[in-house]
Design a protein around this ligand. Structure first.
Ligand code: 3JN
Length: 339
């Protein structure tokens, strides 16, 4: 079997480690794995398929001979190093927002627009985690009945803010339970001018504020979902919120469709969609939750019900592991399109 040299950039981070887990779990034909990270992490060791792997510094020369370069080291590293990887012959799949809205860069969710991947010029962008799970659930409904308008509110896990934020949440919980000051230091985002408590709290800000009172995370959901579904005029609005869940993003999605679609038909269409699992049995108290989605590659949908306040309205509750389908799994699925 043909095998490939795969570089993981940002290998020591939450998503970098998940890339390696997913490559292993999906039996991606890795001949050689190169774990790349900042100079600070170079020389440390990681585990891949049960073997120790030394982390190398992510410098341009490290991409020689690389077939696939999976980037999750932040936008600055992507802007600097992705072109270096491409010039050395690698196909870059980039998990940052650096190239997502570039008209020359495909933004791909394999369940929605796999055909766009073939248009790449060396770089394919992986969408934001909250966007991915939303479009996987919305696209089958769009194909059946046409999206008219979407209102989404997210309940996003701490893992999306990185390893330091996860450690910070545990520390803050301990301090609060001991009656002390939680000493927050991670939310809403690194480098913010002040920090909010993550333990036992809900923070309606992810990323920095952008335009008209919306955060960049909210604008990413709006702009990226339009690009992925090929619906530049889609009416869509988002509110993104951080909750003290370790892993797994949840979304409440209100949809208005152009044509009628019953909750039963929506459930049937979603259940037939590869990569979607419908968990929807209120009598059995069955619905998606982050604790169920943790470590899974699928998008879970439940609480499908009519919204009687508008014409052709539906409400959905959508949950996925933001480190898996929201990041690493989606990126590896994109790479699989080229095997
Ligand atoms: O906070 C989350 O749950 C998701 C965070 C995503 C994120 C964090 C920092 C920078 C991104 C992203 O994927 O959009 C970026 C970025 O690349 O802009």
């Amino acid at each position: 079997m043909k095998t490939y040299t795969v570089a993981v950039v940002g290998a020591t981070g939450v998503i970098g480690r998940t890339f390696m887990e997913v490559l292993d779990k999906r039996n991606f034909p890795v001949g050689r794995l190169k774990a790349l990270a900042s100079g600070r992490s170079a020389g440390s060791t990681l585990n891949f398929k049960g073997e120790a792997l030394e982390v190398e510094e992510a410098v341009p020369e490290a991409f020689a001979g690389v077939d696939f370069a999976l980037f999750s080291a932040g936008g600055e590293a992507s802007l600097r190093l992705a072109p270096e990887a491409v010039s050395r012959g690698a196909l870059v799949i980039d998990n940052s927002s650096a190239f997502r809205m570039d008209p020359g860069v495909p933004l791909v969710v394999p369940e929605v627009n796999p055909d766009k991947a073939g248009e790449h010029r060396g770089i394919i962008a992986n969408p934001n985690c909250s966007t991915i799970q939303m479009v996987v659930a919305l696209y089958p409904l769009h194909r059946a009945a046409g999206l008219e308008r979407v209102v989404v509110s997210t309940y996003q896990a701490i893992s999306g803010a990185g390893k330091a934020a996860i450690d910070g949440l545990f520390r803050e919980c301990r301090r609060v339970l001991e009656g002390g000051d939680p000493k927050p230091g991670n939310l809403p985002h690194g480098g913010a001018k002040k920090f909010h408590q993550s333990a036992f709290n809900v923070v309606p800000q992810l990323d920095v504020f952008a335009e008209e009172g919306y955060t960049r995370e909210e604008m990413k959901m709006v702009e990226e979902s339009r690009k992925i579904m090929g619906l530049p005029g889609l009416r869509i609005t988002a509110t993104t919120v951080r909750v003290p869940v370790v892993n797994g993003h949840s979304e409440s999605i209100n949809v208005e469709l152009k044509e009628p679609l019953s909750p039963e038909e929506a459930r049937r269409l979603l259940a037939e969609t590869p990569g979607v699992v419908v968990l929807d049995d209120p009598e059995e108290l069955l619905y998606p939750m982050p604790a169920l989605a943790d470590g899974r590659d699928e998008v879970f949908v439940g609480r499908v019900r009519r919204d009687p306040s508008v014409e052709n309205g539906l409400n959905l509750w959508v949950v996925a592991d933001n480190t898996r389908k929201g990041a690493a799994t989606n990126a590896v699925q994109i790479a699989e399109l080229f095997l």
